[in-house]
Design a protein around this ligand. Structure first.
Ligand code: FAD
Length: 477
C-alpha cells in the first residue's frame, strides 16, 4: 500500500478497540471509495482484553466477563452486524433464585429487587435480611423530598440518604460490588448509576422511580429474539470469545498487530500524530483511538497536562476461582444462579455463581461449574496469595456456605490485576476538562474505553463506536 494512504491506529485490542476498528472501517467505507489503512495494535499476544473464554473438557469457562445486560442495545446490534444473533442465549429460567449471606447463612433475595432497590414492598417487608427499623428507614424513601443539587455525589452517600445504611450495606452494596468491586462512598453517582439520580429528580423517590422503570425495561427488550427476551442477562452459547473471534474475522482487511505495545502518542505535523512503540520504532499516522485502561493511556499522553485526570482513576484488582465438580458431589438442588457475600460477613469470596445452573451450555451432563469471586475495595491483600491459597480459601467458603466438601475435578484461577475502574466523584466534569485539552492539542486523537463512560461490555462497544464515528467525522473535514 502506498505511503500516502491515510493510516489510522487503534491502540488496545480489547472489546472497545475491536469495536472502534469495526465501526471505523464501516464508517470510512461508507464515506467513499478512497483507500485507507487501519491497524489495531495490542500489547499482549491475544486480542479480546478482559474477555477470555477457555474450553476445557466440555466446559465453557469465562475467565473474565461472562454475560451482559440484554436491554443494552450496542452489543445486540453488534451481534446482528456480525451475524451472531443465533448464538445469543439467556439464563436458565429454572435457576432464577439468588441468595445473600447474612449471619453466615444463605438467605433468599426478596423478589422484586432491581439493582438492590425494592420494587415490590410486600416481599421486601417480609425479608429476614433487614431489621424492622431498617425496613422502616428504607420505606422513608417514599416520603422524603428529592435533593435539589446539580453537583455529583458518591453512590454510597446517595443510597444511604434514600434507603438507609442497612439496605445499603446488606443488599445494594454487595450487589453493586459485582460490577465495580468498589467502595460506594468513593464512586461517582453520575458516572455509575445516573438513572438513580434521574429517578429521584423525576419521581422524588428512588423506589417509585425504580417501579416505573420496570415497564421501560420491557419496552427496551422488545427488540430481542423471543428465546432470550425474558432474560436479564445474555451471553453467547460458545462464550464471549465468539464475539471477539467474529470481530477479528470481520477485521480481516485491517492490520491486526498483537505483541506491539505503544509507549507514547504525540502531536506531529498539522493534525498528524506520532506514535512510538516499545521496540523504539515510530509511525506517523492520520488518527489514533486509544482504548487502553486509563492508567496506561495517561502514560502514553504524558505531554498533555490533563492526562493526570486519567492517571488519578483508581483500578481495583480482582481474582476468580472456577471449580468443576461431579454432580453427585453437590448436596443441593441446582435451582439458583448464585449468592452474594456482604463485606461484614468476613468471608474471602465476595460472590459465587452456580455457573452451570445459570448457563446450561457451561458444563457437560453430570458436571457442575462454580465460580467464586475474590477482591474488592478494602480487600486488596489477595495478590500476595498463591493460586493454591486462593483455591483453598474459596473451597473453605463454599464448604461453610454450601456444604461442598469434595475435591474439585479441576480449578482455574484468574488474576485480573488493576482491572475494575473506580469512577471518582466529579469524574464526568474531569473528563470534559481532559477531552477539551486533548482536542485542542491533538484533534485526531480520541481516548476511550471502560475507564470513561461505563464498564459493561455494551458500554465499551458504544464508546468504541462513538470514538470511531468522531474520528471518521474529524478526518473527513
Ligand atoms: P480491556 O479489555 O482492558 O482492553 C484494553 C487492551 O489494551 C488490553 O488488551 C491491553 O493489553 C491493551 N493495552 C494496554 N496498554 C497498551 C499499550 N501501551 N499498547 C497497546 N495495547 C495496550 N462486563 C460485562 O458487561 N459483563 C460481565 O460479566 C463483566 N464481568 C467482568 C468481570 C471481571 C473480572 C472484569 C475485570 C470485568 C468485567 N466486566 C464485565 C467489564 C468488562 O469486561 C470490561 O470493562 C471490558 O472488557 C473492558 O474492555 P476494554 O476494551 O475497554 O479494555
Amino acid at each position: 500500500m502506498s505511503a500516502s494512504v491515510p493510516h489510522y491506529l487503534i491502540i488496545g485490542g480489547g472489546i472497545t478497540g475491536l469495536s472502534a476498528a469495526f465501526y471505523l472501517k464501516k464508517g470510512l467505507e461508507a464515506a467513499g471509495d478512497s483507500p485507507f489503512r487501519i491497524s489495531v495494535v495490542e500489547k499482549s499476544l491475544a486480542f479480546g482484553g478482559k474477555i477470555h473464554t477457555l474450553e476445557r473438557d466440555g466446559f465453557v469457562i469465562e475467565k473474565g466477563p461472562d454475560s451482559f445486560l440484554a436491554r443494552k442495545r450496542p452489543i445486540i446490534d453488534l451481534a446482528y452486524d456480525l451475524g451472531l444473533e443465533h448464538e445469543l442465549t439467556g439464563t436458565n429460567p429454572k435457576a432464577k433464585k439468588t441468595f445473600i449471606v447474612s449471619g453466615r447463612k444463605l438467605h433468599p433475595m426478596p423478589p422484586g429487587l432491581v439493582l438492590g432497590i425494592p420494587t415490590q414492598m410486600t416481599p421486601f417487608m417480609k425479608t429476614g435480611l433487614i431489621s424492622p427499623l431498617g425496613k422502616l428507614r428504607a420505606a422513608m424513601d417514599l416520603l422524603k423530598p428529592k435533593r435539589m443539587m446539580t453537583e455529583d455525589e458518591s453512590l454510597g452517600h446517595f443510597l444511604q440518604r434514600r434507603l438507609g445504611t442497612e439496605v445499603l450495606e446488606r443488599i445494594v452494596e454487595p450487589l453493586l460490588a459485582g460490577i465495580y468491586a468498589g467502595d460506594t462512598f468513593k464512586l461517582s453517582l453520575k458516572s455509575t448509576f445516573p438513572q438513580f439520580r434521574a429517578m429521584e429528580q423525576k419521581h422524588r423517590s428512588l423506589i417509585l422511580g425504580m417501579m416505573a422503570s420496570r415497564k421501560q425495561v420491557a419496552e427496551e427488550t422488545a427488540h430481542l429474539p423471543a428465546a432470550i427476551r425474558s432474560s436479564v442477562f445474555v451471553t453467547f452459547k460458545r462464550g464471549l470469545q465468539s464475539l471477539v473471534n467474529s470481530l477479528l474475522e470481520a477485521l480481516s482487511t485491517v492490520d491486526l498487530r498483537p505483541g506491539e505495545g505503544v509507549v507514547s502518542v504525540r502531536k506531529s505535523k498539522g493534525h498528524q500524530v506520532e506514535v512510538t512503540f516499545e521496540d523504539g520504532h515510530v509511525e506517523i499516522v492520520e488518527g489514533v483511538i486509544v482504548t487502553t485502561p486509563t492508567y496506561q493511556a495517561a502514560k502514553l499522553l504524558t505531554e498533555l497536562p490533563a492526562s493526570s485526570v486519567l492517571a488519578n482513576i483508581d483500578y481495583i484488582s480482582v481474582a476468580n476461582v472456577i471449580m468443576a465438580f461431579n454432580r453427585e458431589d453437590i448436596p443441593f438442588e441446582l435451582d439458583a444462579s448464585g449468592f452474594l457475600v456482604p463485606k461484614r460477613e468476613g468471608y474471602t469470596i465476595t460472590a459465587c455463581t452456580l455457573t452451570s445452573a445459570k448457563w446450561l451450555h457451561a458444563a457437560p451432563a453430570g458436571k457442575v461449574l462454580l465460580r467464586c469471586y475474590i477482591g474488592r475495595a478494602g480487600e486488596q491483600s489477595w495478590p500476595a496469595w498463591s493460586d493454591q491459597e486462593l483455591i483453598q480459601k474459596a473451597r473453605h467458603d463454599i464448604q461453610d456456605l454450601l456444604g461442598i466438601a469434595a475435591e474439585p475435578i479441576f480449578a482455574e484461577v484468574t488474576r485480573l490485576m488493576h482491572s475494575m475502574p473506580q469512577y471518582p466523584v466529579g469524574h464526568l466534569e474531569q473528563l470534559v476538562h481532559f477531552r477539551k485539552e486533548l482536542q485542542a492539542a491533538m484533534p485526531n486523537v480520541l481516548v476511550t474505553g471502560a475507564g470513561f463512560h461505563g464498564v459493561g461490555l455494551p458500554d465499551c462497544i458504544r464508546q468504541g463506536k462513538e470514538a470511531a464515528e468522531q474520528l471518521a467525522e474529524r478526518v473527513s473535514k
